[in-house]
Design a protein around this ligand. Structure first.
Ligand code: GLP
Length: 244
């Protein structure tokens, strides 16, 4: 594995989640008022649950500033499928992080382009991200940077790929209900984080993790660009890590 990568392959989802929570908690202990980047999806839920258990005991998650990777567009904050709703439910409310300290691109912005420009300015104003948590799509997307012949540096609006719409339909009443677009941090916004914490769990992620870490760097596998980052920690369960 590349020198800039630290790889943890844990036995199962629980141990993956505990390892990731410990890595995150030790970063927050060093910089309790820093800005941290969060991800949604089913993968980090266990890690967030661990952090909720650890809160108050060993560290304090109420002084950080949170930035999320992405949000569907269009979607209302109060929609249970919105990433805002997800973060409030799994992390922000249980740890007592005030919503005023959290940032998620607005899925209801009238001017999504202005929303994107503003989002990158907010990350910069917060001094950049100490750590960015990432999941990975089975097609190699990170955030909603979908495989394509071109990727974008800044936060931007993006049409969702058919495979992502199908994959994410499980969280919606039907495939038709999945928003067709999203606002996502771009590759620059992600790569500027001082440390990347990439999580993957389950058989369905094994092939793409191998491509992301050992394959050629290509916009067709957006996660492969992480090979260019200087400090990436990868935590998987045994299933997602079986080809690493
Ligand atoms: C979603 C999110 C990504 C996430 C990925 C994997 O569409 N936009 O940020 O990492 O897909 O999701 P899961 O963890 O549910 O497999």
């Amino acid at each position: 594995v590349l020198k800039n990568f630290t790889l943890f392959i844990e036995k199962d989802y629980n141990e993956m989640s505990q390892r990731a929570a410990n890595i995150f908690a030790s970063a927050v202990s060093k910089n309790p008022s820093g800005a941290y980047g969060f991800a949604t999806g089913s993968t980090p839920i266990g890690m967030y649950e661990e952090l909720v258990k650890m809160q108050n005991k060993s560290f304090d998650l109420t002084k950080i500033t949170a930035f999320n990777l992405d949000e569907y567009y269009p979607i209302n904050q109060h929609d249970p499928q919105s990433y805002f709703f997800f973060m409030k439910k799994y992390l922000f409310d249980p740890v007592g992080l005030p919503i005023s300290s959290t940032n998620i691109p607005s899925g209801a912005a009238n001017d999504p382009v202005a929303e994107c420009v503003n989002y990158d300015k907010k990350i910069e104003a917060a001094g950049g991200l100490c750590m960015q948590i990432l999941g990975i799509g089975a097609n190699g997307h990170i955030g909603f940077n979908e495989p394509a012949s071109e990727l974008f540096a800044s936060t931007h609006c993006v049409p969702l790929s058919e495979s992502t719409i199908t994959a994410n339909a499980r969280n919606f009443a039907s495939q038709e209900d999945v928003p067709r677009s999203a606002i996502t941090m771009g590759m620059h916004s992600i790569m500027m984080a001082k440390q990347i914490l990439l999580l993957a769990s389950g058989d369905g992620k094994a092939e793409i993790m191998k491509k992301a870490i050992y394959g050629p760097i290509t916009t067709e596998v957006p996660a492969s660009l992480l090979q260019l980052h200087h400090n990436v920690t990868v935590v998987t369960d045994a299933a997602a890590g079986k080809l690493l």
